[in-house]
Design a protein around this ligand. Structure first.
Ligand code: BDP
Length: 685
């Protein structure tokens, strides 16, 4: 088993109960069309995998009925929940039959996938059944894929989009990609890098993008493209890309019209502007709103949206990088067009192993904001380090912004309920590539899965996500599920322990961000160094973001300013994010800061080693191929956790001038050794 089938394993169900055996035996599906065909295909795949049989389609005494609410018999239709909307579904049982109903074929597809998951997980459907309605409208993967098939921050091979063979060859992998996404409710994909290439907007590429859109459409997935702000100059022959210039505006209008000729249900643009060298409205002295609105006006007649990224910061702005996006965007609240949604990373710096939530969440009541999570593990050990990210996502979503009083969680910003947003969305930077198992590490499939689940319902629990994923991907045996779940749920904290505990951040090696680099300093941009963030000296370390320092804290609600600004109440996980403290600062445990830091690193190493034992003990439950693959990655992780611990403690030890506390293993080499490790990561760009 090479893992290609992801969580859609449909592995044999031994000792199945009657309802499981029956449900797929006699199926009555109402309606026809592409999506209905896909539903049938899925039932066949599942039935053959579970029981080595095929479903029989019949309209007489069926065991399973799949149909729109207005198609199925009225005695059943009256039982279907109201308010399912365009994408919701209801699965319930009635006199030995199971009914999957919805208002659209897409809802039926989602419902069918869910039913098959229930069968695999051996969880019966009762009379009340399962009602699911997505809480977020746009649930989108962002591929940072370049047209030459390299992937920025991609660690699982090359881009799965084979531009050369498109549009005539539709690879089975595109179909399986769409299936996988639909099975977890993802309904959009932005297929190109945010560091965009204008060429994707030329007919040559549009034709190819249209072929992908055609393949994804029956799965309910829309295609989006990244729009390079300077496209009118690069591919349009204009001399400017100034958003207030009528010719530029006209160019984008015509471009939008052209795109919709190729892709009639084109989703819209994702835009990175004025960030890390990308062109944008700043080049013309214009605001982010002026830039976004111009594109929004071009898409508006066709129903497209602009996802305008808030990842705007500059090395020329003297302010703490943490504060810049907030300062830029909050004054623009209410000035964006209705079809603009501002896409905000979960934290204010950049996808660190742990960040407090971005202060923009809650701060723009009149502008829809969407969440951008990173699924690919740029700062979390890339492909080889196991880190189940649902707990990290969940931590951010559950955090209270307090902007409308207690109970103003980030999830309520994202599901739109806090500010009554007309559009809602969640984007995940994909970890998908040409590796046979899609995501490099077999367990990182779970992060793609988790993203889908949380985009559907930002209140979903990590524990449930892990539990279901394990059962769908490996086994329902409790002796396997329990230890694996434990390993997964602790894995993110483990990585934080051996990389950046207690609020330490951005101390990875320069540019590729793999491995430790707390010594990274100098170069063109201070905000791309480690010393900017940790400020270590003999006096201590940490980033003072209180009123005595950068005062980034003032961008949060009063409650959080007090809570996080006060050493008595700040959660220790954010300690050095907001405070600069002496090495002998007394922690709640009674340890001094230096010792506590060292203990965290040591703990991370021990946990990584323990995972090898956990996995070894469970070898009987896993096929050879996946077992060996995961084992070898777990070994790499344990070794590299040591690398992190030793390098970082040696480096900070120069400033603390304190010995390692008892219980922390001495480093194997000296600091110079670690500083000279020239890790050759071959990145996608
Ligand atoms: C950073 C990455 C960079 C991306 C950028 C972004 O290092 O490769 O282009 O984010 O999100 O995390 O635009």
């Amino acid at each position: 088993n090479d893992g290609y089938k992801l969580w859609l394993q449909y592995y044999p169900i031994e000792s199945a109960q009657n309802w499981q055996k029956n449900v797929l035996s006699k199926v009555n599906i109402y309606g026809e069309g592409e999506t209905i065909k896909i539903i049938k295909n899925e039932l066949e795949l599942a039935s053959s995998g579970f029981f080595n049989t095929s479903p029989r389609y019949t309209d007489l005494s069926s065991s399973l009925i799949i149909g729109l609410k207005n198609e199925i018999p009225s005695n059943l239709a009256t039982r279907v929940a109201d308010g399912l909307g365009e994408e919701g579904y209801h699965i319930f049982s009635s006199e030995g039959q199971i009914i999957v109903s919805a208002n659209s074929s897409k809802g039926l597809l989602y419902g069918t996938f869910r039913l098959l998951q229930q069968v695999q997980m051996q969880e019966a459907i009762d009379e009340e059944g399962i009602v699911e309605i997505p809480q977020v409208k746009h649930r989108i993967l962002n591929h940072w894929d370049n047209l030459n098939r390299t992937v920025e921050r991609g660690y699982s091979g090359f881009s799965i989009w084979n531009w050369h063979r498109l549009p005539r060859h539709i690879d089975q992998q595109y179909i399986d990609y769409a299936r996988a996404n639909a099975s977890i409710g993802i309904n959009g994909t932005s297929i190109t890098n945010v560091n965009a290439n204008a060429l994707v907007l030329t007919p040559y590429y549009l034709e190819k993008a249209a072929a992908l859109a055609d393949a994804f459409r029956p799965y309910g997935i829309k295609v989006y493209l990244t729009a390079r702000f300077s496209s009118p100059m690069e591919i349009g022959g204009l001399e400017t890309a100034d958003p207030v210039n009528p010719e530029v505006q006209q160019w984008w209008k015509e471009k939008a019209e052209e795109i919709y000729e190729y892709i009639p249900d084109f989703g819209g643009f994702v835009v990175k502007a004025d960030s890390e060298g990308q062109p944008g409205p700043h080049n013309y002295g214009r605001t982010q709103a002026e830039g976004a609105n111009m594109l929004a006006d071009a898409l508006q007649p066709f129903g497209g949206i602009v996802m305008w990224r808030a990842f705007v910061y500059s090395e020329h702005t003297p302010d703490d990088r943490h504060k810049q996006a907030f300062n830029e965007f909050v004054p623009l609240d209410g000035t964006f067009r209705d079809n603009v949604i501002v896409q905000v990373k979960n934290g204010a710096i950049d996808f660190q192993p742990r960040e407090p939530f971005h202060p923009l969440f809650g701060a723009m009541p009149k502008t829809p904001l969407m969440m951008e999570f990173q699924i690919t593990q740029e700062y979390l050990g890339h492909d080889t380090h196991l880190a189940f990210l649902a707990p990290m996502y969940e931590e951010v979503l559950k955090e209270d912004t307090f902007v409308n009083g207690k109970g103003s969680e980030v999830a309520k910003v994202i599901d739109g309920s806090l500010h009554d947003y007309p559009i809602t969305g969640m984007a995940g930077v994909a970890n998908i590539g040409t590796d046979r198992n899609w995501t490099g590490h077999h367990f990182h499939q779970a992060n793609w899965y988790a993203f889908g689940k949380l985009a559907w319902n930002p209140w979903e629990k990590s524990e449930k996500i892990a539990d279901d994923w394990i059962k769908l991907t490996y086994s329902t045996d409790p002796d396997f599920v329990a230890p694996i779940k434990k390993m997964m749920l602790q894995s993110h904290e483990m990585v934080v322990n051996y990389m950046t505990p207690l609020g330490i951040h951005h101390i990875m090696a320069r540019s590729h961000h793999y491995g430790p680099g707390p010594w990274v300093t100098g170069g063109g941009r201070a905000d791309w160094t480690s010393t900017y963030y940790h400020n270590a000296s003999e006096q201590g370390m940490g980033f003072d973001r209180t009123a005595n320092g950068s005062n980034a804290l003032e961008q949060y609600a009063q409650e959080l300013q007090e809570n996080w600004g006060n050493l008595e109440t700040v959660p220790e996980k954010f300690l050095l994010w907001f405070h600069h403290l002496p090495w002998d600062y007394k922690m709640k445990s009674g340890n001094i800061l230096w010792d506590e830091i060292a203990f965290h690193y040591q703990k991370g190493v021990e946990e990584a080693r323990e995972n090898i034992n956990t996995w070894n003990n469970l070898s009987a439950y896993v096929d050879r191929y996946r077992y060996e693959h995961v084992l070898s990655f777990l070994k790499i992780q344990a070794e590299e956790a040591e690398w992190w611990r030793d390098a970082v403690l040696l480096y900070f030890g120069q400033f603390s001038n304190l010995p390692l506390p008892e219980g922390v293993e001495p480093p194997k080499h000296d600091l110079e050794y670690y500083m000279n490790i020239d890790h050759k990561f071959v990145p996608g760009i």
